[in-house]
Design a protein around this ligand. Structure first.
Ligand code: GTR
Length: 324
């Protein structure tokens, strides 16, 4: 009898402990280089609101935007060691952690936004997200970032030869350095949180990005020409720390997955509106936009980059290209 009481007591204490653990309050910290109003930031805030309402305030997200926690490389490192729960970064900086992601970082690999959605929403996208675990990350979803084109202070880029002599900032990944070099410019890796100053002081002459980023970070103040080469279509990604994730209850993990799926859709909707608005704003703030250029010479010039960096993943690339 005494033994039975002890067993029952132990079992109920364990159960109490488990539910207390499951019920413990958690503020998920998530970083972003962009600030309030940017689609990625607003979508993560929305994800936080969903979690908050589903759990009566037990799970919430606090976004640290505007590079408060530094650049994207550091943010990923913080998430890997579990010092930060979540971050939203470009797939551009994920390639050096999980090599397969570099298939998405190759110039002219996606034909259109729809093609990119079909790839990231399908088997290939899910498979790559799962591979993030080997880098200590839990992949929660992709976000749209449109396409990236060159902008600089010197001249419009009408053909690859116009890049000659220009130092063009790229994200910290060797692929992008070679991508710019293959087109005739000088690819220079600079962390995003140092880019405005690098443009202002002439450390670089230009960079490459989407219109919302140029508007939001006022890069038009320190450049002047935007040329629609659209050479990259690099998705954004939001990831959770595997170290933290492994200590969470399956129920909470499921809630986060569910909120992530809705967050992805929210960002797409916000992105479409933001991109259209930013395109119009570029002209208003005085950027000279040349949209009418022949992409063929740029595609041709970057062929060696696709061969060199894509060689290892030629099967994966074939699969990406086969997606409708
Ligand atoms: C932006 C992207 C950021 C960051 C930045 C960059 O388009 O949203 O995550 O990667 O580009 O060029 O570093």
């Amino acid at each position: 009898m005494k033994r039975l009481v002890v067993i029952l007591l132990t079992v109920s204490l364990l159960a109490f402990g488990a539910s207390a653990m499951a019920a413990s309050k958690m503020v998920i910290k998530s970083s972003d280089v962009h600030g309030d109003g940017y689609p990625t930031v607003e979508a993560i805030k929305y994800m936080g609101e969903l979690l908050d309402s589903w759990t009566n305030g037990r799970l919430t997200i606090q976004v640290y935007g505007s590079m408060q926690l530094g650049g994207e490389k550091e943010a990923l490192e913080q998430v890997q060691v579990g010092a930060l729960e979540m971050t939203r970064v470009s797939v551009g900086v994920v390639g050096p952690i999980v090599d397969e992601f570099n298939a998405f970082n190759l110039p002219f690999v996606f034909r259109s936004s729809q093609h990119m959605y079909n790839v990231t929403d399908g088997e290939i996208g899910t498979d790559l997200l799962n591979q993030l675990e080997k880098g200590g990350l839990i992949g929660l979803g992709y976000m749209d970032a449109g396409s990236r084109s060159f902008y600089n202070k010197e001249r419009p880029i009408q053909q690859p030869a116009d890049l000659k002599g220009l130092k063009i900032r790229v994200m910290q990944n060797p692929i992008f350095v070679e991508m710019v070099n293959s087109m005739g410019g000088n690819g220079t890796p600079v962390a995003f949180n140092e880019l405005y100053t690098a443009l202002q002081t002439g450390v670089v002459d230009g960079a490459e990005n989407n219109p919302p980023t140029i508007i939001e970070h006022k890069h038009y103040e320190v450049t002047g020409y935007y040329s629609l080469t659209q050479h990259l279509m690099v998705p954004e990604i939001f990831v959770f720390s595997k170290k933290v994730w492994d200590k969470m209850s399956p129920m909470d993990q499921q809630l986060i997955r569910k909120a992530s799926a809705l967050c992805v859709l929210k960002e797409r909707e916000l992105w479409a509106a933001k991109e259209e608005k930013a395109f119009a704003e570029l002209k208003k703030v005085g950027m000279k936009v040349n949209g009418d250029l022949n992409k063929e010479p740029f595609i041709k010039a970057t062929e060696p980059v696709r061969e060199k960096f894509g060689g290892k993943y030629s099967e994966l690339i074939k699969k990406i290209q086969a997606v409708k």
